[in-house]
Write a protein of this length. Structure first.
Length: 187
């Protein structure tokens, strides 16, 4: 079981991520001692959305094409409406998310990011939550949707919105330190 200070974590996003859902996990996981990389299908930087306007640009550490699932101990998917909607239309992103899920390592998604989990076909039979507007999408994909600030099902970590970030980040750290969940069935 890796300590958080020894962990490598990827945050996968593109333009339109909900600002706090990327920056807070990035900052707090780094403060906890993890090595955290922002990964995107594009190089350079990605621009955040802060509630109702475009905001900060965040540098991309690695393009998705440069990394493998074996490079990381956990994967974090920030939400916002734009970011996961764009990402779920990219077959390479969907394949990466599915492969990461099948590695049985912690995978965390917040807000609208469960759209990526749905597209990767990894929600069936799993307890999870999301932003309330995609509850029906989760249920239609076979997920067991619950209205709680953070839900964990065999290292699949989900939360509803930016207000849940403290619990979401704490759960990511806890699950990273637990390591792989070998009992998790692959998709």
């Amino acid at each position: 079981m890796p300590k958080i200070t020894e962990a490598k974590i990827a945050i996968l996003a593109t333009d339109g991520f909900e600002q706090a859902e990327l920056t807070e996990p990035l900052d707090k996981l780094r403060e906890a001692g993890a090595t955290v990389h922002v990964v995107s299908p594009k190089s350079g930087s990605i621009k955040g959305w802060d509630q109702d306007h475009w905001d900060k640009e965040i540098p991309v550490d690695h393009e998705l094409s440069e990394i493998r699932t074996t490079d990381y101990d956990a994967l974090v998917l920030p939400g916002g409406q734009i970011n996961p909607d764009v990402l779920r239309a990219n077959p390479k992103v969907v394949s990466f998310v599915r492969e990461f899920f099948n590695s049985k390592k912690p995978l965390a998604a917040i807000c609208h990011a469960p759209w990526l989990l749905i597209e990767a076909d990894v929600v069936r039979g799993r307890d999870m939550t999301s932003y309330k507007s995609i509850k029906t999408d989760v249920i239609n994909a076979g997920g067991n949707w619950v209205d709680e600030e953070v839900v964990v099902h065999q290292a699949l970590i989900t939360s509803r919105n930016p207000g849940d970030l403290p619990a979401f980040i704490a759960k990511i750290i806890e699950e990273v330190e637990e390591g792989r969940h070998e009992d998790r069935k692959v998709a």
